[in-house]
Design a binder for this molecule. Structure first.
Ligand SMILES: Nc1ncnc2c1ncn2[C@@H]1O[C@H](COP(=O)(O)OP(=O)(O)O)[C@@H](O)[C@H]1O
Length: 181
């Protein structure tokens, strides 16, 4: 069944602003939030907690079993730092948020992450690991990179993505109408 609303992945290194953007975007567009971290915890899609890395050891198969039907319905904002496990056919836009080093460091420090976790995440951001994963996993036309350093960045990102959602809905409706003729 064709989706009438698009699915958007909001991804990027922890601390870049995914969940903040996701909440604002949900409010602006009416799309629903799919907070993958919540699903992992609440539905126990993990094999325990890695104390050293201070993160869940995710069971990706179980996670996909939990969320795939939801994503198939469309209209989801998927917030997670991993972007390459979702089937390409279900995803319409991949937004990779990026944050300058000094700003990201302060945000991670404010979260009381330990030094190792801060270092891992800073390295990942500097090496643009998630951007590369997104570009390898999806058609380059649907992957966009947006700066998330300031509140103004966030506001303009949310406005831009909301506009994209409106256009997507209109284009899909026009296509559906053409098919009906
Ligand atoms: N563009 C931004 N401008 C200012 N502060 C931001 C921005 N994006 C995120 N933040 C702040 O940084 C912290 C981490 O944001 P969060 O959305 O939780 O990141 P993520 O979901 O990517 O881990 C929060 O305190 C949030 O308010």
């Amino acid at each position: 069944m064709a989706r009438t609303l698009p699915n958007i992945i909001l991804t990027g290194t922890p601390g870049v602003g995914k969940s903040t953007h996701a909440a604002e975007l949900a409010e602006a567009t009416g799309l629903s939030l799919l907070d993958v971290n919540d699903v992992i915890k609440n539905k126990e899609c993990h094999d325990g907690f890695d104390d050293e890395l201070q993160s869940w050891i995710v069971d990706e198969d179980k996670l996909m079993d939990e969320i795939e039907d939801d994503i198939k319905q469309g209209g989801k904002i998927i917030d997670w730092h991993v972007c390459d496990i979702f089937p390409e056919r279900l995803i319409d836009l991949v937004v990779v948020l990026r944050t300058d080093n000094a700003v990201l460091y302060d945000r991670l420090k404010a979260r009381n992450y330990n030094d190792k976790k801060i270092e891992n995440n800073m390295d990942a951001e500097i090496m643009q690991v998630i951007l590369d994963e997104a570009r390898e996993s999806y058609n380059e036309n649907i992957v966009i990179e947006l700066a998330s350093n300031t509140v103004e960045d966030m506001e303009s990102n949310v406005e831009r993505i909301s506009q994209w959602v409106q256009n997507w809905v209109k284009d899909n409706k026009d296509r559906g109408d053409d098919d009906d003729e």
